[in-house]
Design a protein around this ligand. Structure first.
Ligand code: FAD
Length: 463
C-alpha cells in the first residue's frame, strides 16, 4: 500500500469530497452530476518528517464522516501510522446524510457504506465496529472500552459527532417515537412507513423536512409540526419559506406553523399528538427532528474544555495537546457547524494535524443544500442584512427565488431556491469577499447580480 493510492474528487457545487479512483455518478449532497467533480488538489501539509513520527499510534473515536476523513488523511500522509478507528455502530461507516434518501427509497442500503470492508484491511486500518468507548484516560493516553479492554494512543482524535436532542415532551419515550440519526433509526422508521400509515413529524428544520418528504413519497400521511412562524427559519427568510412551502404541501404534507406540542398521548405507544392550541393529531408513529447536541460526555469526563462542543483551535487541537476533535462534536471559534462537508474537511485537517502537519481550519461560511423535496435549495451566510451598511436584493421567478445579502458592498449571504446551479459562483464570491458595490449602485435586479457572479466564476475557473 502506498500513500498515493487514495484519490479524492471535489464537487465544485457544494464542496463534497469523494475518495476513490473515479468520481461518483451523482453528488450525494447536492445532486450535481459526475461532470461537476474535479480532482482534489492534495493537501500540502508541512509535516516535520514524511508522514509524521514513524509508527505513531493514532486512535480515532467515532467513525462518522469526520472520523473517516481523519483516517483517510492520516493514511494518505503516513504509511506507518498505526491507526485504530472505533465505532459504537455495527455498520461500516456510511453516508449519514443519505439516510433520508434511503428512507425515500431513492437508494438501497448497500449504497450507504462509504468504503467496502476490504478497503480498511487494504489500508491497514484497524476498524472496531460495535465498540463503545466508556472512558478516556488522558494520563495513561488510553481509551477504556465498554468491555474493559483498552486502546493506547499517542494522538487521539475525538469524532463522536452528535446525538438527537429530545425535547421534554410528555410521551416522547413511547416505543413508536423515534429520532433519525443512525441507520438503525432509519430501519426502525421504515418498518412503520407503510402506505396509508400516519406520521407526525415534530420539527420543520432541514432534517424534519427531509424526513417528512421521504415518508410522503412512500405514501405515508405526514403532519409536520414547526414551532416557528415559517419553515427553515435559520436558512430562509419568510418569503423564501413561503415558496418552499408550496412544494411541501404539494407532496401532501400537512403543515402546522407556530405550533407547540403539549404531549404525545397513548399508553407506552403514541396514538395522538396533542398541540398546545387543543387540536389532536391521531398518528401511527412520531418522528422527533428537534435538533442535535454534540456528544461531549467522554470529553467532559476526562477534563477537556467543553462549551457547546469540544473547544478546538485552528489546528483542531483541544485543551490537551495530544487530543484533537473534528466534526459535529467540535466547537471552532464559537461555531458548531453540524454539517457534512465541514465535518469532512475538519476530519482531514485533524488527521494531518495529529501527524504534526502545519494545517489550519479557518472557518467557512455556513451553507446548506437541500434536495430531497425535489426542490433545490442553497442557503449561505447571512439571510438578513445587518446594520446601516446592510442591504438585500431579492427576486421571485417562475423557477423559484433568489436573495443576496450585502454588507458594505460585499456579498455576505444568499438564498437560491429552485435553480441552484449558480451556488458555486455565489459561494466563491462570498469566500473571495468580492467588492460588488458598483453593482449595487446601479440598482440592478437580483438576476443581474447572479449573471455577474456567474461571469466572474467562469473567468476564475479559466484563469
Ligand atoms: C438524516 C440526516 C440527514 C442529513 N443531511 C445533511 C445534509 O443534507 N447536509 C449536511 O451538511 N448535513 C446533513 N446532515 C448532518 C451530517 O450528517 C453531520 O453533520 C455529519 O454526519 C457529522 O459527522 P461526524 O462524523 O462529526 O459525526 P457523526 O456522523 O454523528 O458520527 C459520530 C460517530 O461516533 C460514534 N460515537 C459516539 N460516541 C461514541 C463512543 N463513546 N464510542 C464509540 N463510538 C461513538 C457515533 O455512534 C457515530 O457513529 C444530516 C444528518 C442526518 C442524520
Amino acid at each position: 500500500m502506498t500513500a498515493q493510492n487514495i484519490q479524492a474528487w471535489e464537487c465544485i457545487v457544494c464542496g463534497y469530497i469523494h475518495e476513490g479512483a473515479a468520481p461518483p455518478d451523482e453528488c450525494p449532497l447536492c445532486g450535481a452530476p459526475r461532470s461537476e467533480f474535479k480532482p482534489r488538489r492534495p493537501s500540502t501539509p508541512h509535516l516535520p518528517a514524511v508522514g509524521g513520527p514513524e509508527g505513531v499510534r493514532v486512535a480515532v473515536l467515532g467513525a462518522g464522516i469526520a472520523g473517516l476523513a481523519a483516517v483517510e488523511s492520516i493514511r494518505s500522509a503516513s504509511p506507518t501510522a498505526q491507526v485504530t478507528l472505533i465505532s459504537e455502530e455495527q455498520h461500516l461507516p456510511y453516508q449519514r446524510l443519505n439516510l433520508t434518501r434511503y428512507l425515500a427509497n431513492e437508494i438501497a442500503e448497500n449504497q450507504l457504506p462509504i468504503h467496502p470492508a476490504q478497503w480498511y484491511t487494504q489500508h491497514h486500518l484497524q476498524l472496531l465496529l460495535g465498540t463503545k468507548a466508556a472512558r478516556i484516560d488522558l494520563g495513561r493516553r488510553s481509551i477504556v472500552l465498554a468491555d474493559g479492554q483498552t486502546t493506547a494512543f499517542d494522538k487521539l482524535i475525538l469524532a463522536t459527532g452528535a446525538t438527537a436532542a429530545i425535547p421534554p415532551i410528555p410521551g416522547a419515550a413511547a416505543e413508536n417515537v423515534r429520532c433519525l440519526r443512525t441507520l438503525d433509526d432509519a430501519k426502525a422508521v421504515l418498518d412503520w412507513a407503510r402506505p396509508g400509515a400516519r406520521c407526525v413529524c415534530i420539527g420543520g428544520g432541514i432534517l424534519g423536512l427531509e424526513a417528512a418528504g421521504a415518508l410522503a413519497r412512500r405514501g405515508v400521511e405526514v403532519a409536520l409540526i414547526e414551532g416557528q412562524a415559517w419553515l427553515l427559519p435559520r436558512q430562509l427568510n419568510e418569503r423564501a419559506s413561503r415558496v418552499l412551502q408550496k412544494q411541501v404541501t404539494g407532496l401532501g404534507i400537512r403543515l402546522y406553523h407556530s405550533a407547540g406540542v403539549a404531549r404525545i398521548a397513548g399508553e407506552g405507544r403514541a396514538r395522538e399528538v396533542l398541540l398546545q392550541d387543543g387540536s389532536s393529531l391521531p398518528t401511527d408513529f412520531v418522528i422527533l427532528a428537534t435538533g442535535v447536541k454534540p456528544t461531549t460526555a467522554l470529553a467532559e469526563q476526562c477534563g477537556l474544555t467543553v462549551n457547546r462542543g469540544i473547544l478546538v483551535n485552528d489546528q483542531l487541537v483541544t485543551s490537551d495537546p495530544n487530543v484533537l476533535a473534528a466534526g459535529d462534536v467540535a466547537e471552532h471559534r464559537g461555531t458548531v457547524y453540524g454539517l457534512w462537508t465541514v465535518s469532512q474537511i475538519q476530519g482531514h485537517i485533524a488527521g494531518l494535524s495529529a501527524l504534526g502537519g502545519q494545517v489550519a481550519f479557518n472557518g467557512v461560511p455556513r451553507s446548506n443544500f437541500l434536495k430531497v423535496l425535489g426542490v433545490g435549495l442553497f442557503s449561505i451566510g447571512a439571510i438578513e442584512p445587518e446594520g446601516p451598511e446592510g442591504r438585500a436584493l431579492e427576486q421571485e421567478t417562475d423557477s423559484g427565488y433568489q436573495r443576496f445579502v450585502f454588507r458594505g458592498g460585499r456579498l455576505v449571504g444568499a438564498i437560491l431556491l429552485g435553480d441552484t446551479r449558480s451556488a458555486t459562483a455565489v459561494k466563491s464570491a462570498i469566500e473571495r469577499a468580492d467588492d460588488l458595490g458598483g453593482l449595487l449602485q446601479r440598482r440592478l435586479p437580483a438576476t443581474a447580480v447572479l449573471a455577474h457572479l456567474e461571469v466572474q466564476e467562469t473567468g476564475a475557473r479559466r484563469g
